[in-house]
Design a protein around this ligand. Structure first.
Ligand code: IMP
Ligand code: MG
Length: 180
């Protein structure tokens, strides 16, 4: 593995404050609606857990389910092919859906999952990501709710991994790779 160091980007407190603001926006926008949140595993699980409790604190009742799609494997670059590994169990027909992911990069994951979910006939699909790397976009997708915009760097922590590690770190850092 290449040599690298971890450089702090967002503290635990900065993340908590931003998650609360995004939850407030979502709770207002979906007021009185029977919302289903769908998290994309594995990266979104920590963000989603905090977000749904913050949404609850802002007065909205919701249901949750998860979907797993393949994207990166063990590298820091996507293979470009997205595949469904685990579908949702909940019936989303005629109900509003909020699709939640950790980070929007090339856009392939959100493009694919939105298309798959649309086939199930929800009344509406909105998307929410903790982090957005707009410079990396290949597909013409955007997220309706964004925690933070980040530059084109690889980031870890708060659910995001580098080769399966660092998901448990409460803060978000960037990975700085060194020349050998
Ligand atoms: P996209 O399909 O290229 O938009 O990639 C989205 C997926 O790639 C996310 O769900 C993440 O799992 C992963 N990903 C993209 N950028 C990063 C990063 O900087 N750190 C960790 N995972 C990332
Ligand atoms: Mg992911």
């Amino acid at each position: 593995m290449r040599k690298f160091s971890i450089v702090p980007m967002f503290t635990e407190m900065q993340i908590a404050q931003r998650v609360d603001q995004v939850a407030d926006d979502i709770a207002k926008d979906f007021k009185g609606q029977d919302l289903i949140m769908i998290g994309l595993l594995t990266g979104s699980f920590i963000f989603l857990a905090d977000l749904m409790r913050a949404i609850h604190a802002h007065g909205l009742i919701l249901q949750v389910d998860f979907m797993t799609v393949s994207s990166y494997g063990a590298a820091t670059e996507s293979s470009g092919i997205v595949k469904m590994l685990k579908d949702i169990h909940i019936n989303v027909r005629d109900r509003p859906v909020l699709l939640v992911d950790d980070i929007l990069d090339s856009g392939r994951t959100l493009q694919y999952t939105t298309t798959e979910l649309l086939k199930k006939g929800p009344s509406l699909i909105k998307t929410c990501v903790l982090l957005d790397k707009p410079e990396r976009r290949i597909m013409p997708v955007h997220a309706d709710y964004v925690g933070f915009e980040v530059p084109d760097t690889f980031v870890v922590g708060y659910g995001l991994d580098y080769d399966g590690r660092y998901r448990e770190v409460p803060a978000i850092s960037r990975v700085e790779f060194h020349e050998e």
